[in-house]
Design a protein around this ligand. Structure first.
Ligand code: GLN
Ligand code: ZN
Length: 789
């Protein structure tokens, strides 16, 4: 008998009920009891959906009011001491303090996806826990903080309550936990903690203590009659240090004594050299991700002992396409015949947290496109069909199988997916399509002749404050209350104001301010062929914040110019150069649901050509400086290092193809948000942008030293102030950052700009900060560092 389960389920609710309840609660408009009630209702509903879809277990422990890793911090009793809780706070109050800090509310910041600061408060006293991306997803978890003094203790009431809730509703419960090694790995050592002078503290040393508490937790779950615990160890898909790999065996031997059935879950990345280890651990079952790591299957079939359950992740938990059920059945049948005695379970490849909840509310989505899709609820239905086909014979679900086959066939040959012109263009792409005509030194001289910019030229990253006026106009226009003419006029006014302000401040290279853009990916996706948008396809990004990723379903092309009108309009308002502003192919790819019927590299190339055409059109319209934003280039890196080279090769080529349609005297900028670039500097350099602007102010220019050591060849604009806070930096601060920068990078290569776009800022602080920034550039110019060098 085949059984089915899910590794996790979306928690935010079909109408984003959790989001609104949380935000009301934070504003003081909803009390804790009512918030808890919302949680209970959502859990009950989601478990019922799992039961209705015939799953053999409901999954308990995946719900969270903010983030499941934060739940573990409380369950394991390791809230960082720096929060100095008095013991008077409720568990929920402490939870939100960890997640959001304790300062007064700073104006809600809805950044683009690249910036993950959100409702994090910026307070010198007690900043929130750091947030970071969960593996290679767009979900952010709260990073556990460890010091040498960290103690663990069991505080699992909220988990046990949820177990009891599910049991009371008559469900068969499987609890999900993040495994001890992954939990420890995902945390960070904080040497500045209670123990002074202990900078070399290694969080790995906390493992024995942590295991003890995990052991207690498992014993508790056993006592609560939980038959199965899914224990997630996704770090088995990473390149782990030897000590961490070796610790698995000992750790799981210890946990095995608890007597509860453990399903060790791995996902997102191939196990590779950890296959044998994963198969050998003393657990009752193993889950593998056959979507991301089909190559692991052979090894697992060889190594996994026959008495263990094998859970096959056959439904893509990271994407929204309907499963090819016939192909999946064939695969499962082969596995079955190779391991006749084996107990097989079927599941999504990973938690369904990473896809929207259901297609049920997608009334406006084109019916044909919709028939190709499966969100979380529909994925559970697919599991049900697979299970019935395998247990009761395919005849029992012939209708469902026929429907699935028809949708798959229809998508495969649809003219909406395949555009011969795009394919032909890709095939005919000359080898040198990814090279500028001349080397940087030649281009740079021509650009200097054309623009005559001073040393330390000043610019900004693109967006100016998205005022309530701008947002109200857009909302009214979308509701149909404002006609296109009035909307255009409102945007034109906002753009003119941004230009005027920049001229008054004396900035050298201006931007139009992006008033007309809702989001840097959506804005372009809406204008490109091959993209579609769901109405309600929300995916949790962090806390209450959700994103609605565009869906790339077909060959991408550009029916018409996208930004030329607005950019030319802005250029006509000033004599200074107006910088065109585009989103690059990798970011367009990374922040969308992408096709699974062709390599990501191919989709990236299609987008690259569409954006390249836009750049050529901008050049034709006399826009001489054009920025291609690529904040997502680093987050696209595969989890396994041996796959980096391949990714970086096609990703940087896609960027260069985007940028290389222009003349030498057209200047290409790129922008990337804060991330560790030091390990991929050769590839960043190979992108060959004339100017790169990066986020550096928060690391006190530390990031820049990597560029200096590497001798980054082209121009660099290290961000001189942090735009994530309303604080206005002084001129002196920025002067000192620039001097630091000039110590590691030749002064003639330096630009002066903020860290990122200004859309989340208010006008007052923006003007004040930019005024100081321009003044800082003047001071540096007077020092004549460029001539001296
Ligand atoms: N041009 C964009 C802006 O200024 C860049 C945003 C980003 O890097 N995330 O808003
Ligand atoms: Zn940025």
């Amino acid at each position: 008998m085949i059984r089915t389960h899910t590794l996790g389920y979306p928690r935010i609710g079909l109408q984003r009920e959790l989001k609104s309840a949380l935000e009301k609660h934070w504003k003081g408009e909803l009390d804790a009891a009512a918030l808890q009630e919302t949680g209970r209702t959502l859990r009950a509903r989601h478990w019922e959906e799992q039961r209705a879809a015939g799953l053999d277990f409901v999954t308990v422990g995946d719900f969270a009011f903010y983030d499941h890793v934060a739940n573990h911090i409380q369950w394991l009793g390791c809230e960082p001491a720096r929060f100095a809780f008095t013991g008077q706070e409720t568990e929920l109050e402490r939870y939100f303090t960890l997640a959001r800090g304790v300062a007064r509310e700073v104006a809600a910041e809805s950044c683009d996806h690249g910036c993950t600061h959100g409702d994090h408060t910026h307070h010198a006293g007690k900043p929130a826990l750091e947030m970071t991306k969960w593996f290679d997803t767009n979900y952010h978890y709260l990073v556990p903080e460890f010091t040498a003094d960290t103690q663990f203790s069991l505080r699992t009431d909220s988990l046990l309550t949820q177990v009891a809730e599910a049991q009371a509703l008559g469900h068969n419960v499987k609890v999900v936990l993040v495994g001890p090694l992954s939990f420890l790995w995902l945390g960070k050592a904080k040497p500045e903690g209670a123990t002074l002078g202990n900078a070399n503290f290694d969080r790995f040393t906390l493992l024995p203590q942590l295991l003890e508490v995990y052991g207690q937790l498992l014993a508790q779950l056993k006592a609560a009659n939980v038959a199965w615990v899914q224990i997630d160890e996704p770090i088995l898909g990473l390149d782990l240090p030897l000590a961490w790999r070796q610790a698995f065996e000992q750790s799981y031997a210890q946990l095995a004594t608890c007597g509860v059935n453990l399903l060790l879950a791995t996902y997102f990345s191939p196990l590779e050299d950890n296959i044998n280890l994963a198969c050998r651990l003393p657990v009752a079952g193993l889950h593998i991700d056959l979507i991301r790591a089909p190559q692991d299957l052979a090894g697992v079939l060889d190594w996994l002992p026959a008495h263990k359950v094998l859970s096959l992740g056959v439904i893509d938990g990271r994407n929204i396409w309907r499963n090819d059920l016939a192909a999946t059945l064939e695969l499962v049948n082969i596995i079955h015949s190779r391991r006749p005695g084996h107990t097989l379970w079927l599941a999504p490849s990973c938690s369904l947290l990473h896809v929207p909840l259901s297609l049920r509310t997608e009334a406006r989505l084109d019916p044909e496109l919709k028939s190709w899709l499966a969100f979380a609820a529909e994925k559970l239905d697919e599991l049900n069909v697979l299970k019935r086909a395998l247990n009761d014979g395919e005849a029992s679900v012939s209708v469902e199988l026929a429907q699935s086959a028809a949708a798959i066939a229809n998508r495969r040959r649809s003219q909406r997916v395949h555009n011969p012109a795009v394919a032909a263009r890709l095939a005919a792409l000359p080898d040198d399509a990814d090279r500028r005509t001349s080397a940087f030194s030649v281009r740079s001289a021509r650009q200097q002749t054309r623009f005559g910019l001073p040393a330390f030229p000043t610019t900004t990253i693109g967006s100016f404050p998205q005022t309530s006026e701008i947002r109200a106009a857009r909302a009214a226009w979308k509701r149909g209350e404002l006609d296109a003419g009035a909307y255009t006029a409102a945007m034109g006014k906002a753009i003119a104001e941004a230009v005027k302000c920049q001229e008054a401040l004396g900035i050298d290279v201006l931007v139009h301010g992006e008033a007309e853009r809702n989001d840097m990916v959506e804005y372009f996706g809406e204008q490109l062929a091959g993209y579609t948008f769901s109405q309600n396809g929300w995916v949790q990004s962090y806390g209450s914040r959700c994103v609605k990723p565009p869906i790339i379903y077909g060959d991408v092309s550009r029916p018409q110019a996208m930004t030329v009108e607005w950019t030319s309009y802005a250029q006509k308002l000033t004599k200074r150069p107006m910088k065109g502003m585009l989103t690059g192919p990798i970011t367009m790819l990374q922040w969308s649901f992408v096709r699974d019927d062709q390599p990501r590299a191919t989709t990236a190339l299609q987008i690259a050509l569409a954006i390249r055409d836009e750049i050529v059109d901008l050049e034709q319209a006399s826009i001489g400086i054009i920025q291609i934003d690529e904040p997502a280039i680093r987050e696209g890196l595969p989890l396994r290092k041996n796959e980096w080279k391949r990714y970086l090769a096609w990703a940087t080529r896609a960027f260069r193809i985007t940028a290389s349609g222009v003349q030498d005297d057209t200047q290409i900028h790129t922008h990337m948000c804060y991330s560790e670039f030091n390990d991929i500097l050769p590839e960043i350099a190979a992108m060959d942008a004339d100017v790169i602007t990066i986020e550096t102010s928060r690391s006190d220019m530390e990031l820049l030293s990597g560029f200096g050591d590497f001798k980054y060849p082209n121009d660099i604009g290290p961000g001189v102030y942090d735009i994530h806070s309303p604080r206005v930096p002084s001129t002196e601060e920025m002067v000192s950052l620039l001097r630091k920068a000039a110590e590691v990078v030749p002064a003639k290569q330096l630009w002066v700009n903020p860290d990122c776009g200004l859309k989340t800022r208010g006008w007052a602080e923006t003007e004040a900060a930019l005024r100081n920034m321009v003044e800082a550039a003047f001071i540096l110019r007077a020092e004549n560092l460029v001539q001296a060098a």
